[in-house]
Design a protein around this ligand. Structure first.
Ligand code: RIB
Length: 338
């Protein structure tokens, strides 16, 4: 017998059926085959430790049952939670995920798109790098691999679906809450303004101010990156520019952590002197001192729904609808606001 894996031909010979019959049974395409034959073949395959050759099957079916997931920053707890949701749904459907982290770097992003295309993934779920420009989709356009955008929206004809949150409404809710609590001079420390998420949050910030008859001033808005270091630097810049403020709306929770750290160094009391609201509600935000008031994103659900949508697209090849799923955010009130 030896250690060579048993072949379909050897199973057929022992079961005294054709190799076609064995192949149909092992690929669950055996509706026309008797239960007795199916059970005999499966018993032999089990006894002989048959392992399906998925690479060989992929060449025939042109399906690898593999999905590429490209995320921009694995060090930000927001994105691994997306990956968990995606992996859970993929596993339910017996698909596997290849996870790629681009570190918000465009060249890295292009490289991963090419690698995933060469590996013949069935589809790509993609949150683009924060330094992406138009050229970000060059490789995707060439590969024609179906793409579902997640979190960061983008215009591209190759996109077969989108799973986003309503960032404008989430931002509007967070800033309106600050105003409701009596704060009036509110900074917006934004992430990378190239991302649609940052732009939509700016729109929500402006709408909340305007609806409360507070003039919005460009001098109260700075954009940078979705990192804590940026929040720390932004507060330093505002203080050096002698900008007075009583609240800070942050582009994400990591920015809020940097904002709070710098304000504490200046002896500013949170929330009595300055209120702070974040965005994402990553798991550490509830354990910060003070615990962060923030706009919660359903990131696990975003990942789960993105895979669900991709599988729907794959099963409806001729359907060119560009489906868009928009999930809601939720304001989580903690101790960084009055
Ligand atoms: O925390 C990273 C940010 O970038 C999140 O707010 C997410 O929406 C993404 O755009």
């Amino acid at each position: 017998m030896g250690d060579k894996p048993v072949t379909i031909k050897e199973i057929a010979r022992e079961a005294e059926v054709s190799t076609a019959t064995v192949s149909m049974i092992l690929n669950n395409k055996d509706k026309s085959i008797s239960a007795a034959t199916r059970n005999k073949v499966l018993a032999i395959a089990g006894k002989r430790n048959y392992i399906p050759n998925t690479m060989a099957r992929s060449l025939v079916t042109r399906q690898t049952r593999t999905i590429g997931l490209i995320m921009p920053d694995i060090t930000n707890p927001f994105f691994p939670e997306i990956a968990r949701g995606a992996e859970d749904k993929a596993s339910e459907a017996r698909y596997s995920i290849i996870f790629c982290n681009t570190d918000d770097n465009l060249k890295q992003e292009e490289k991963y798109i090419e690698i995933l295309t060469e590996k013949m993934v069935d589809g790509i779920i993609f949150a683009h790098a924060a330094d992406s420009g138009e050229e970000s989709f060059t490789s995707l356009n060439k590969s024609k691999t179906p793409v579902i955008l997640i979190d960061r929206d983008y215009k591209n004809e190759n996109v077969k679906g989108r799973v986003m949150v309503d960032n404008e409404k989430g931002s509007y809710t967070g800033v309106s809450y600050l105003i409701q609590k009596g704060y009036r001079t509110i900074l917006y420390v934004a992430g990378a303004i190239i991302t649609q998420t940052a732009k939509d949050r700016l729109a929500g910030y402006k709408r909340a101010l305007q609806e409360n008859h507070i003039e919005w001033k460009e001098s109260l808005v700075k954009s940078g990156s979705y990192r804590s270091e940026w929040g720390y630097q932004a507060v330093e810049q505002f203080m050096n520019d002698h900008v007075s403020f009583d609240a800070v709306f942050c582009g994400n929770d990591l920015i809020a952590f940097g904002v709070i750290k710098k304000m504490k160094e200046f002896g500013i009391r949170i929330p009595d002197d300055v209120g702070v609201v974040g965005f994402d509600d990553i798991y550490v935000s509830s354990m910060m001192e003070p615990a962060l008031t923030t706009v919660k994103q359903p990131n696990y659900e975003m990942g789960y729904r993105a895979v669900e949508l991709l599988l729907e697209v794959l099963n409806n090849k001729n359907d060119n609808l560009d489906r868009k799923i928009v999930l809601n955010t939720e304001l989580i009130i903690r101790k960084s606001t009055r």
